[in-house]
Write a new protein. Structure first.
Length: 683
């Protein structure tokens, strides 16, 4: 309420100035500017500015980190004197020139509930039902943001979620070109069947496990945003150390988001022309622009596959038509063709030679496969037209190149390359895009949390960076070190979830962006006080959001019990340690084998291993457990030099575990260049 009044005051003054200095304005507006209600708002806003306001994190039902010094801060008039009373402690503070005050509570053991009284001459705030326990920051993209009500067994779990010692604070979504001090909103919620549905599911299950082992209150500080890249979560100071981004961040800081977004919008409009708001190509359920007779001389080229962001259509949401001519032989026409388009973000309708062959309303990650019968085909040129409707975020046709083809009688014809496009109906959405520049979410959703005291952080992100996996090797550790430096509390525990298995399983060993991203996550374990939950066994082929969040939270809690709380337990998946060539076989050794390695399936043999010689060509391999090692070999490779395990977007049916039930971490023994080695994200 107080913040809104202050904003109203600024707007009123701005409008009044315009009136005073612009005699062209109509005099009948004076009633609006100088009405009694205006002066009441002015007086109330002036009074509210002088009141002592704690940061929103210090509110009813909060959790305070135990056994550490705890900063408490807020804002008040510069002449105010602030007193904070908590559990027998009485501390006083004086606001600085910006009106910000801060005190630091002495370390307090777990307990509660307590009250905190924050007072000044012109007001008192009492924060009630405070618990002292463990606070964990929960951050990342949609798999961290994913709420409990959308998960496996959600109804039963929510009904039994009577856990008043678990508290949840959701940071409002916001972007900013400069670091902010204040949050726009948010409140601490006590976990119950009435509130748990909207909690971060990973955080909830993580907290539930820790509640059972630590027996103290658990606070979840949830700052997450679906679809986001790691670069937006890094501060300007840190990301400026990467030459690729220095100029981008400098421009961002010297300007403002409104100016930058308007500039980008103007550039896109100049390129595309005025964007239509109604799709002239699709009228009354008929695809007029799908007709082979349509003049396409005004359609423009675009390389597919790939989201159209980064291909000249950045920040465009709405309908884009895509077309490509293909040449078919008599035999292909006779047999008909299967069109493999892969996933399309978000919705599509597909025609061949003006005849609709398929339509998928979503979701964005569902693979599209359509059949065109010989009755609609002809020898020679044939036309494929796809109408793509992007409802927000990325848009386009984005399979892996090898999965983008037509097939006839087991013969494949690639669709990779130049297509033509025309915008049907679209709008430019820039202002709310947290990925449009680096630092935007750090500024608005991390900086306002500093220096709130907490135990550690859990992180689930990486899907949106898979195409730049080598770059993630640098940027992900940079973010962790950045947060640690900004909080100034040392190398606090930082735990993350490795990417799950996703998309179609490969039929032959292949390169993989997702495998390279998992490798980057594994390499980040070189930082101190870190841990990783491997979930390569619980993903879903057609859904980037695995519904089993319970095991994710449990595996993160194992890492927390070791890294943060020093328990002696098996907390990690088996990790590749070393290899040794023995004739035509390779022996693999592991760390974190726990009580021993085991095969977990009904077949009794290991899946997911591939082996290669010096030619770098991989073949599926046989693999056997021998003690705590694995022997890998293939009749097709006489002189092996490298082994890979689980090296795919979705290495289906992996079954190597330790006896504690943790799946082996995917790995490769070679250091050959990956497919994302030279791929850099540009802004």
């Amino acid at each position: 309420m107080l913040c809104h009044l202050q904003i109203s005051l600024v707007v009123s003054f701005h409008t009044t100035q315009n009136f005073l200095f612009n005699p062209q304005m109509k005099m009948n507006n004076t009633k609006q500017f100088f009405s009694p209600s205006f002066f009441f708002l002015l007086l109330l806003a002036q009074l509210s500015f002088a009141e002592v306001q704690p940061a929103l994190l210090f509110s009813d039902n909060m959790v305070i980190q135990r056994n550490v010094e705890v900063p408490v801060w807020g804002w008040a008039d510069r002449k105010e004197r602030v007193t904070v009373r908590f559990n027998g402690q009485v501390l006083k503070a004086k606001p600085n020139k910006a009106g910000k005050w801060m005190v630091k509570l002495a370390p307090t053991p777990a307990g509660g509930p307590y009250e905190m009284v924050i007072s000044g001459k012109k007001g008192t705030t009492t924060v009630k039902n405070i618990m002292v326990g463990e606070v964990w920051v929960c951050s990342g993209q949609s798999n961290m943001e994913w709420v409990l009500e959308n998960t496996k067994n959600a109804e039963a779990e929510i009904a039994s979620a009577n856990h008043p010692m678990i508290r949840h604070f959701k940071v409002p979504k916001k972007v900013s070109h400069l670091p902010l001090d204040k949050l726009d909103g948010g409140e601490w919620e006590v976990c119950s069947p009435n509130t748990a549905a909207s909690f971060t599911a990973v955080g909830y299950y993580f907290a539930k496990e820790l509640l059972g082992t630590e027996n103290v209150a658990i606070g979840l500080l949830n700052t997450s945003w679906g679809g986001t890249i790691v670069e937006t979560w890094i501060s300007a100071e840190a990301i400026n150390t990467i030459p690729t981004y220095g100029e981008v961040v400098t421009e961002l800081q010297a300007s403002n988001l409104g100016e930058l977004f308007n500039k980008r919008k103007a550039a896109l409009v100049e390129k595309l022309g005025d964007l239509p708001t109604k799709d002239a190509g699709y009228v009354n359920g008929k695809g007029l622009w799908a007709s082979p007779e349509l003049d396409r001389s005004d359609w423009k080229p675009i390389e597919l596959p790939g989201l159209w962001e980064g291909k000249g259509l950045d920040d465009l949401d709405g309908v884009v038509w895509l077309s490509k001519e293909i040449e078919l032989t008599d035999e292909q026409v006779e047999n008909g063709i299967t069109i493999n388009l892969g996933p399309i973000d978000d919705q599509d309708i597909t025609w061949v030679n003006g005849v609709k062959v398929g339509e998928t309303p979503g979701p964005y990650n569902k693979v599209r496969t359509y059949y065109a019968a010989n009755s609609i085909l002809k020898t020679g040129k044939n036309l494929i037209v796809v109408r793509v409707n992007d409802t927000g975020g990325g848009g386009g046709i984005y399979p892996k190149p090898e999965d983008f083809y037509i097939e006839s009688n087991k013969e494949k014809l690639s669709l990779v390359g130049e297509w033509q496009y025309k915008v049907g109906a679209a709008e430019i959405n820039i202002s709310a895009n947290p990925n449009s520049k680096p630092t935007l979410l750090y500024n608005a959703m991390v900086n306002p949390l500093i220096p709130f005291a907490f135990k550690g952080a859990i992180w689930y992100q990486g899907e949106s960076n898979a195409g730049q996996a080598y770059q993630y090797r640098e940027n992900f550790p940079l973010m962790i070190k950045d947060w640690r430096q900004k909080w100034g509390i040392g190398d606090f525990p930082f735990l993350w979830v490795q990417l799950a298995n996703y998309m179609a399983p490969p039929t032959t060993p292949t390169d993989s962006e997702w495998a390279e991203l998992r490798e980057a996550q594994t390499k980040t374990l070189s930082l101190p006080n870190t841990g990783m939950a491997v979930i390569i066994d619980i993903g879903e082929e057609h859904d980037i959001h695995p519904r089993n969040k319970e095991d994710v939270g449990k595996r993160l809690s194992l890492a927390a019990r070791k890294v943060a709380y020093g328990e002696d337990l098996v907390y990690s998946s088996p990790m590749y340690k070393s290899m040794k060539v023995e004739g035509n076989k390779i022996r693999i050794s592991f760390d974190h084998v726990g009580s021993g390695l085991e095969i977990r399936d009904k077949y009794g043999y290991l899946n997911g291993f591939a082996i290669a010689g010096a030619d770098k060509k991989f073949y599926w391999a046989k693999a056997e457990i021998e003690g705590n090692e694995v022997i890998v070999y293939s009749d097709k490779v006489e002189a092996p030099v490298a082994v890979r395990y689980g090296w795919a977007d979705n290495p289906d049916d992996l079954n190597l575990y330790n006896k504690e039930g943790l799946p082996a971490n995917p790995f490769r023994t070679d250091a050959w260049d990956g497919i994302t080695k030279d791929v850099i994200r540009r802004f």
